[in-house]
Design a protein around this ligand. Sequence first.
Ligand SMILES: Cc1cc2nc3c(=O)[nH]c(=O)nc-3n(C[C@H](O)[C@H](O)[C@H](O)COP(=O)(O)O)c2cc1C
Length: 269
Amino acid sequence: MPIIGIDYDKCISCEICISACPSQVYSKSNNADNKVIFDPEKKCILCGQCIAQCPEDAIIYENMGESFTFDEIGELSSLVPYENMFKFLAANRSTRRYKKDKVPIEILNKVIKAMEYAPTAANMRPENFVIISDSDLIKKMSDAIVEVFSNDPSLKEQFSKQLEFHAKEMRSPAYFDAPHVIFVSSPFNIMMGGFNIGNIITYGRLAAQSLGLGTCWNGWTHLAFHKNPALKKLAKIRGSLVTAFIIGYTDNKYYRVPPRSKKKVKIFE
Ligand SMILES: Cc1cc2nc3c(=O)[nH]c(=O)nc-3n(C[C@H](O)[C@H](O)[C@H](O)COP(=O)(O)O)c2cc1C
């Protein structure tokens, strides 16, 4: 069990861990000492809320990675005020033109690190990540996607013309000749699996933007892999649900944020 218990030299019995835990692994002891106790028999989902909220850093854990802190932790709005966050989100674009240069692995690892912090249902975090930077393998996978689409009447109708157009100047049109493709796969076909992958990719894409990189979701991977699961073997990807995004140095320049229609929001007060 990665959460081992409570360091009673530090614990001040504030009971914050009891209210923080979604799995009721902490409770008040019935003994006269009135200590907060940890029950290892209860199913902890390793969300780390107890670690994050304990004012005394009194939770003992192992094999969960390292927790860390920083000055603005108590007031994240001072780190990224809404106005900056809004510009950052609104100006995020899908990049479909890339420079040929590869992104150093240390930078790609920073993207992966951000993806590791994406929330997943019940904190299961079962997803696997694969980075492909081999342009021949990217081409092979792009060719396989093009083939799946050309053999499926509805996918052909929707995407084949677009892919044929890009194929005139690109070697790997399904991946826009990006230098890297990052695949995220879920080993289980769980109900929330697609939401998890969506969150993970969004975290990765936003992290990439803050590192000066361009990205684009690749739903085509998801569609093609769904139609022909054998494609997963090309990149030794395991899992029943697979999606990808492409990443590299952008060759686009932006001057403005495009318009977006306003959503009607029903409000019940
Ligand atoms: C789930 C999802 C799947 C997508 N799949 C593809 C894709 O396969 N190919 C592609 O060129 N763009 C894909 N996109 C990008 C969308 O076309 C793009 O986000 C949308 O047109 C808005 O443009 P913007 O991202 O530049 O603001 C996908 C986006 C999402 C959210």
